[in-house]
Write a protein that binds this ligand. Structure first.
Ligand code: PHB
Length: 390
């Protein structure tokens, strides 16, 4: 055997052995929460960690006789680091569940570890459709870009937006958003004038926006990952695109509640589609937002926080259902089919796909009580990931 293969084989068997041991350990139940706590996606890590800790503070740290231990690791959103951390968490810490995953490449890099070690991998952020197909141990509590994009492509042509340019981050979720938005626009009689892709790392939107200005579409459809929306908005406004009659539309990642308040007057009226708004008018959400902002002064929960909060719930309920005795397979089975009221609205983990089924809301940025919010004005109920039905 070549040396590299040998090392790989040893690592794989360590993962497999760890799978058998994980629940025998003691009375602790370990959740390895891998997040980007630093770097370009750091706001995602901060939101999810805060939400996971809030869930634990509200629901206690003992479930079915097990003491829950949350182990937070910073992957700096580098997929190789995510994979190494996942491996260490499984082999050394013997975690019962892997969770987090701020971006698609990080979730995909971990899939083989989840499969080999039979450890449930709860994806709380990453949103490319295909992620759940990368391992039978993946369960998702965030959303998918096809889910969010299709609703907007149904809304736009009915509201005077026929000619659109798309601008997306050039990786999994952006390509999903571009494809599903475009297909549905064409189906609805609209036109896609051009499809532009901007690098994920250190994007410079200026040259792309200049091109859009020259093309003069009715609207620019944008997907950028959480944390990058404010930069797009700033440059869109600085170039006077709105004054030139070009509307900005997109998935709710762009008018991210984490940044929206700092985007200023220019953001008013921007229409997006998404599964969660801080302003979602339900008692469950109000309770969540109040508790989150109280525990984290100056921060309001965004869709990443909700993915983390609901992910913790899915883990807690699986532990409860298996009476603290289940290994990875039993936990996974208990995660499938969970249905509950999330701060986002009703939510369901489809047992077949292990993906989230949820409402998608159309929202418009408005000022309320002196702050900017995504105010919901329409809803498409119980949306399954359209990326799965083909
Ligand atoms: C992803 O990488 O899958 C991702 C990240 C941030 C988002 C959406 C998707 O806001």
């Amino acid at each position: 055997m070549q040396k590299r293969n040998f090392i790989k084989a040893v690592a794989l068997s360590a993962i497999a052995v760890a799978a058998g041991q994980s629940l025998a350990q003691d009375n602790t139940f370990k959740i390895g929460l891998i997040l980007p706590m630093t770097g370009q996606q750091a706001t995602t890590g901060r939101q999810i960690e805060a939400a996971a800790k809030l869930y634990m503070a509200q629901n206690g740290d003992t479930v079915a006789g097990k003491k829950i231990q949350l182990i937070v690791k910073d992957d700096t959103s580098i997929p190789d680091v995510t994979k190494r951390l996942a491996q260490e968490l499984v082999v050394n810490d013997k975690v019962n569940v892997l969770a987090g995953f701020g971006i698609t490449p990080s979730a995909l890099a971990t899939a083989s570890i989840a499969t080999q070690s039979k450890t449930p991998q709860v994806v709380m952020a990453a949103a490319t459709s295909s992620i759940t197909e990368a391992s039978p141990y993946i369960v998702r509590t965030s959303f998918t870009l096809p889910q969010a994009s299709v609703a907007l492509a149904d809304w736009a042509p009915k509201n005077g937006i026929k000619k659109v340019v798309t601008l997306v981050s050039d990786y999994g979720p952006g390509i999903d958003a571009e494809k599903f938005f475009k297909e549905r626009m064409l189906f609805n009689g609209g036109t896609i004038v051009d499809s532009l892709r901007v690098p994920l790392r250190n994007p410079d939107f200026a040259p792309f926006l200049q091109k859009v200005r020259d093309l003069k579409p009715d609207a620019l459809f944008v997907f950028v990952p959480s944390g990058a929306g404010a930069a797009v908005m700033k440059q869109f406004l600085e170039r006077g695109m709105d004054k030139a009659g070009i509307k900005l539309i997109g998935t709710g990642d762009v008018t991210d509640d984490d940044q929206l308040n700092d985007m200023g007057e220019g953001a008013l009226g921007v229409v997006t589609s998404h599964h969660y708004s801080t302003a979602h008018p339900s008692a469950t959400n109000k309770k969540f937002v109040d508790a989150f902002t109280k525990a984290n002064p100056g921060l309001r929960p965004n869709f990443m926080a909700v993915g983390g909060y609901d992910g913790m719930r899915v883990i807690y309920e699986a532990l409860r259902a298996t009476k603290g005795q289940g290994g990875g397979d039993a936990l996974l089975a208990a995660m499938k089919g969970q249905i509950f009221e999330s701060p986002r609205g009703p939510m369901f983990i489809d047992a077949q796909t292990r993906d989230v089924v949820q409402n998608i809301y159309l929202r418009k940025v408005e000022r309320k009580d002196g702050q900017l919010y995504n105010i919901e004005f329409d809803v498409v109920k119980d949306v399954k990931d359209p990326g799965k039905s083909r």
